[in-house]
Design a protein around this ligand. Sequence first.
Ligand code: HEC
Length: 111
Amino acid sequence: MRLTFKTLACVLGLTVVSSIACADVTENWTKSCASCHGKDGGGHTKAGRMAGVKDLSNADYQNTFTDADAAKQIKDGLQDKNGKIRMKAFAETLSDSDIKDLVAYVRTLKK
Ligand code: HEC
């Protein structure tokens, strides 16, 4: 598992570092992702069930996508074959570096 120092600082809640560096992957996760994926990635939310999310804390599921796949999907979103949006696209709202941090954060949810 690859972890940036920043992610690690966020996860461990190192307040000294997080006040500067952690701008703010956990906040982005809570704000933009947890509604579907759940705080712990388990996806046990109403919106998550409706969208049909899978359990991001599951190691086998995490092995099905690369960091690049994940970043692309966060950017472009995901639609079903009828064009219905399953996961929103975040290219407009999140920077590349936010997205990179979120991918690293998702990796930390793996149990
Ligand atoms: C509207 C609900 C919804 C929201 C909000 C949402 N997702 Fe998803 N996410 C999904 C669905 C649905 C899938 C696909 C599940 C599947 O593989 O069938 C998914 C899959 C993923 C995957 C796996 C990618 C892959 O390549 O298979 C990652 C990583 C992910 N989401 C991260 C995020 C992050 C980070 C955010 C916040 C920026 C986010 N999601 C917000 C619904 C959502």
